[in-house]
Write a protein that binds this ligand. Structure first.
Ligand code: ATP
Length: 251
């Protein structure tokens, strides 16, 4: 079943046409990776899908509910969550406190300012569960600013999971990470349950080919090709536009 459908989406910044008639389908449970050279429009596509940016033309639907043209919180309401290329963390708070806030933000009582967050037992339980599940429990008391960059990015993924998304958009989850952190993050992505559908922007081809069920190549704001990893890997035109004629590395 198709979970996310993007149809004929176009986006311009004044005279700059960044996305041109982009159509994309992500099936339930799929790991769909968007690749393309710098400036191809990948992050803009994420911003348009999630409603962070208004679109000029086209539609975005999740589970047959149209979310394009609606405020960004609508995307959250249909089960969409995302991470950004740059971290959006509270640096002076601990790992645990950041998660408390993210989990609390998804609760109906989130505007109850008269009771401290750490008195809501469901928030505490969900925080503990997520931290243990993703091996950050021993770092729960660490102030975020003291974590390595890779640990911060990992925490960002956990915050995105706090809303229990049906579809999670990860924007370059391994960018800026050390090789060890990249391996850890790749394993985390691989171990996510199939009840979470993934749409991922990624540059590291080792990561791309170790997680993708399907790959869409974006080039100059257009879908150049969409297909199974083997199809993309073997396509000479993709190598030419994305790698300047180089060979594809793979896991
Ligand atoms: N808010 C904006 N205003 C004007 N131009 C923008 C804006 N955001 C992005 N652009 C332009 O849109 C084009 C696509 O940018 P985008 O960040 O979507 O590309 P990308 O494929 O994600 O690149 P990268 O891989 O380097 O992150 C670029 O030319 C960029 O300068």
């Amino acid at each position: 079943m198709t979970l996310l459908k993007v149809e004929h989406l176009s986006k311009s910044f004044k005279a700059l046409n960044v996305l041109k008639d982009v159509s994309l389908e992500v099936r339930e449970g799929e790991r769909h990776v968007v690749i393309g050279p710098n400036g191809a429009g990948k992050t803009t596509l994420f911003n348009c899908i999630t409603g962070t940016l208004p679109i000029n033309q086209g539609t975005v639907t999740v589970n047959n509910t149209q979310i394009s043209g609606l405020p960004a919180y609508t995307a959250v309401g249909v089960g969409m969550s995302r991470t950004f290329q740059k971290n959006n963390l509270f640096g002076s708070l601990t790992v645990e406190e950041n998660l408390h806030l993210a989990i609390n933000a998804c609760k109906p009582y989130r505007f109850n300012f008269f009771k401290p967050i750490n008195k809501f037992t469901d928030v505490l339980e969900e925080t503990e569960h997520l931290l243990k599940e993703w091996n950050l429990w021993d770092r729960r008391d660490r102030v975020v600013n003291e974590l390595s960059y890779g640990e911060q990015r990992l925490l960002e993924v956990l915050l995105a999971l706090a809303s229990k998304p049906k579809i999670l958009l990860l924007d370059e989850p391994t960018s800026g990470m050390s090789p060890a952190e990249t391996i850890q993050t790749t394993k985390l992505i691989q171990s996510m349950p199939r009840s979470i559908t993934l749409l991922v922007i990624e540059h590291d081809m080792e990561v791309v080919f170790s997680i993708a069920d399907r790959i869409t190549v974006l080039h100059h704001g257009e879908v150049f090709l969409s297909g199974a990893p083997e199809e993309i890997k073997g396509d000479e035109r993709v190598k030419e536009i994305y790698f300047g004629g180089g060979t594809l590395k793979h896991a």
